[in-house]
Design a protein around this ligand. Structure first.
Ligand code: CUA
Length: 315
């Protein structure tokens, strides 16, 4: 209904109608009360105007019913906003289990996208319609921010860690992607496009191009080059935790807390191994900060992920 309005973006994801409904509810509430208050100010200004030069106002006593009414009504309205807003927020921050994952690296001033089969692209992201897509994002330099107005999703992209964003496109087409965090002189030029395609077209696109093998296989090779398996072995001689079947598990740390082995955990374990040491192991692993590039980290994460199903494939 609003797509013809130049100031209102098209609605092209499953999240968009939910965000819009909340947005219009807030606008409606704010508009209604602004108008009500403005009208009451004018009405009472006229009604209680000074009618004679020496008129003196009468004393006003408080009214308990009135006080309770104008406390309870706003409380109910704000609770509706809170519960509704929280439900949209939780839906946005929890990606479904079965997502199509794409790695994103922001740098001054471009977006680099990396599909799991090894296909790469810059400032353009191809995704299929009707499939939940999860972006696993980091930055090589300063803080950037992915904003796709047509999908009503937005998240900061932060150096040194992974942040996530998910969406499910509902309409094929091309959608703007903006950097929404001021990141330097060419921030305004740090833009791109999300190309939403029919699933079969997407498969054709994905298998075309010159992908150099999957991220997981590149990660297996990198892991062999770095000799990760000299310490990370499945046997009892192991000085580091075995990587087999590790991804997705909940592990106990030295301080007794637990952590879920997700993309962010694995990335941190490589660049800052001392941060979260597994219970029963020594903090002897050197950091690979600066040794492994962001692309290399993506490959290692996907390699470790590929060992999930007890697949003891060694590089
Ligand atoms: Cu990147 Cu603004």
């Amino acid at each position: 209904m609003w797509s013809g309005t130049p100031l209102f973006p098209v609605s092209a994801s499953t999240m968009a109608p939910r965000v819009d409904a909340l947005y219009f509810f807030l606008i409606g509430i704010a508009g209604f009360f602004s108008l009500l208050i403005a009208c009451l100010i004018v009405f009472y200004a006229v009604k209680y105007r000074r009618r004679a030069p020496d008129a003196i106002g009468s004393r006003i006593e408080g009214g308990m019913v009135l006080e309770i009414t104008w406390t309870v009504i706003p409380l109910l309205i704000t609770m509706v906003i809170f519960v509704w807003g929280a439900s949209v927020f939780f839906a946005m921050s929890r990606p479904p289990d079965d997502t199509l994952n794409v790695y994103v690296v922001g740098k001054q001033w471009m977006w680099k996208f990396q599909h799991l089969n090894g296909q790469r692209e810059i400032n353009e992201l191809h995704v299929p319609v009707g499939r939940a897509v999860k972006l696993i994002m980091t930055s090589e330099d300063v803080i950037h921010d992915v904003f796709i107005p047509g999908f009503r999703v937005k998240a900061d992209v932060i150096p040194g860690r992974y942040t996530q964003l998910w969406f499910e496109p509902t309409k094929p087409g091309r959608y703007h992607l903006f950097c929404a965090e001021y990141c330097g002189t060419r921030h305004s030029g740090m833009i791109g496009e999300v190309v939403v395609m029919e699933p079969d077209e997407f498969q054709v696109w994905l298998s075309g191009g010159r992908a150099e093998g999957s991220l997981a296989s590149a990660g297996a090779k990198l892991s062999a080059d770095l000799a990760c398996n000299t310490c990370h072995r499945p046997d009892t001689e192991s000085r580091g935790p075995s990587l087999d079947g590790l991804f997705g598990r909940t592990v106990t740390l030295q301080d007794g807390t637990t952590a879920i082995v997700d993309e962010g955990y694995v990335r941190e374990a490589i660049v800052n191994p001392a941060a979260r040491i597994r219970a029963g192991y020594q903090p002897i692993m050197p950091t690979y900060q600066g040794v492994v590039t962001e692309e290399g980290l993506q490959q290692l994460v996907e390699y470790i992920k590929s060992l999930r199903a007890g697949d003891a494939r060694q590089p």
